[in-house]
Design a protein around this ligand. Structure first.
Ligand code: SF4
Length: 95
């Protein structure tokens, strides 16, 4: 395995997800309450950069990372979500 691939494997093991996972909507099986809980933890963390809403430890944009069910905080402040996803109700387009 190349060093490059090893680095991404290490990153994924530490963070539960990679930046590419942000674009996989099927990996966003999580509730709004859990997303908010995670984000509130990040906002109170010294590694959180308020200006860009990024984490200094993983470099992720936290408004997006908290939506990924498999993601985890690299420092162990929150873990992957293992509960049921939230039902999303869509407006009826025929109304
Ligand atoms: S992911 Fe973890 S280390 Fe990064 S800002 Fe959130 S709580 Fe802090």
């Amino acid at each position: 395995m190349s060093d490059y691939k090893n680095k991404w494997e290490e990153y994924k093991a530490k963070n539960g997800a990679t930046p590419l996972d942000l674009f996989k909507v099927r990996d966003q099986n999580i509730t709004h309450a859990e997303m908010q809980r995670r984000y509130d933890i990040c906002k109170g963390c010294p590694m959180f950069v308020g200006l860009t809403k990024q984490c200094r430890e993983c470099g992720c944009f936290m408004g997006m990372k908290v939506k990924i069910d498999k993601a985890r905080c690299p420092l162990g402040h929150w873990e992957p979500y293992e509960g049921e996803p939230e039902e999303i109700e869509l407006d009826n387009p025929s109304e």
